[in-house]
Design a protein around this ligand. Structure first.
Ligand SMILES: [Ca+2]
Ligand SMILES: [Ca+2]
Length: 69
């Protein structure tokens, strides 16, 4: 269980790191444009509506993206 969570967290972090171009720990709207899927799901993904995607919001997005595939 713990190992499964760890694997998912690592995979998510890898994508998150790629998208977080300036490495400030958040994906801004500008940074999201490189991922059309994220860009289109932007308002749904930014759950707390602060204009940026944090790691938790991004992993929730990834779970949804995986489900719909
Ligand atoms: Ca950033
Ligand atoms: Ca947010």
């Amino acid at each position: 269980m713990w190992l499964g969570f760890f694997t998912v967290a690592c995979a998510g972090e890898d994508q998150f790191t790629k998208l977080d171009a300036n490495a400030d720990g958040y994906i801004s709207a500008e940074e999201s444009v490189v991922s059309e899927q994220l860009y289109q799901a932007w308002s749904a993904t930014d759950a707390n509506d602060d204009g940026k995607i944090d790691a938790a919001e991004f992993s929730a997005f990834e779970v949804n993206a995986t489900k719909s595939k």
